[in-house]
Design a protein around this ligand. Structure first.
Ligand code: AMP
Ligand code: MG
Length: 342
């Protein structure tokens, strides 16, 4: 039996990759808690099954901590949202299993959320952006998108690896250590001391981007032993961020929106923020950078998008709650977002 609810909240679970994140928001968009436990590999990148095992181990504790921090009872949970895709299969499945179990326990509906859309929606909640062109740059995704005719549309995207992955692999290959700091941030620190620009392949194809050739070229330059690592980090950043700025600028000019939203883990980079702000200024648009805790993968963004969908009557029956590893954001009817569009 469901009891009368004193508060109405959504609990959102994010597990597309290395993070097991849980966020709790009320229906007005107040973040009551947002906690995360990240899988840290001993070496190399994220192994999906190892990350999933980590998620299964920490799930119960992270959910309990989020509930405790939000100062709610499980009876207050009116809906459970989860990242249904895109992402790493084993990680997504672990999150979906936890979400199904919790929704069944609380006897409330389940809402499957597109992870990329969630990054945009939390950006709209936590910044002034209402109807932006979004540059979403992370370890697993790189895309420029905007809302048009009932859906979020992709205007440009990577044809191979994500920009965060490019920076991470480069950093590992040249022997940089993270010591808890993201590798992209280590590249950023070194790049500040770079003075000389080294030519690297600049690869924008129409509105799309390619980073793998550029990555190989940067690594082989380093292996020749003739270049300075600070100059190489500087050149790598300048090249990849110029590519991102070019595509974002073109999308902005085409769709005639007045806001540029920057989100995803790479959004923490000061140089990228500076370049995107310059693009926004040039087009009389507002630059909106998502605060770091909401730019990284997090449960709050899943909970908030869950609320937006739930209010629109869009819930996910159990039989349709299977995970969608390659779920594109333009596959989703995002009718709720039409409300903000002028
Ligand atoms: P996410 O996939 O959204 O969790 O973001 C993780 C990615 O963000 C990784 O590729 C990190 O290296 C990258 N990242 C984090 N901080 C920075 C930074 N300051 N500059 C560039 N990349 C960063
Ligand atoms: Mg992550």
């Amino acid at each position: 039996m469901q009891t009368a609810k004193s508060k109405q909240v959504c609990l959102g679970i994010e597990t597309t990759a290395d993070d097991f994140g849980v966020g709790i928001l009320d229906f007005e968009g107040n973040v009551l808690s947002n906690v995360s436990n990240a899988f840290i590999p001993d070496r190399g990148g994220i192994h999906p099954r190892e990350a999933a095992r980590h998620h299964a181990v920490v799930a119960g504790d992270v959910i309990s901590l989020a509930i405790q921090k939000a100062n709610i009872w499980t009876e207050d949970i009116a809906v459970v949202a989860f990242s249904q895709g895109p992402g790493l299969g084993p990680c997504l499945r672990t999150g979906a299993t936890a979400a199904r179990a919790l929704a069944a326990y609380c006897e409330v509906p389940l809402v499957g959320v597109n992870h990329c859309i969630a990054h945009i929606e939390i950006g709209k909640l936590t910044t002034e952006a209402q109807d932006p062109v979004t540059l979403y740059v992370s370890g697993g995704n790189t895309m420029v998108s905007a809302f048009d005719a009932g859906r979020y549309r992709v205007f440009g995207e990577t044809l191979d690896i994500a920009v965060g992955n490019c920076l991470d692999v480069f950093a590992r290959e040249v022997g940089l250590r993270s010591d808890g700091v993201p590798l992209g941030a280590v590249v950023e620190q070194l790049s500040r001391r770079g003075k000389e620009f080294l030519d690297l392949p600049y690869s924008v194809k129409g509105m799309d981007l390619s980073f793998s050739g550029l990555l190989t070229a940067a690594i082989s330059l380093y292996r020749k032993g003739t270049v300075d690592l600070e100059n190489l980090c500087y050149s790598l950043q300048e090249t990849v961020f110029s590519m991102l700025a070019e595509v974002t600028e073109r999308a902005l000019a085409h769709v005639e929106k007045r806001e540029v939203l920057l989100t995803g883990g790479v959004a923490a980079n000061k140089r990228l923020q500076e370049m995107l702000k310059a693009v926004a200024d040039e087009h009389d648009s507002l630059f909106c950078g998502v605060p770091k805790e909401y730019a990284l993968d997090n449960g709050a963004m899943i909970a908030w998008t869950g609320i937006l969908k739930f209010k629109e009557g869009l819930t996910t029956p159990l039989a349709e709650s299977f995970v969608r590893l390659k779920w594109r954001l333009d596959d989703e009817d995002a009718r709720w977002a039409a409300r903000n569009v002028g």
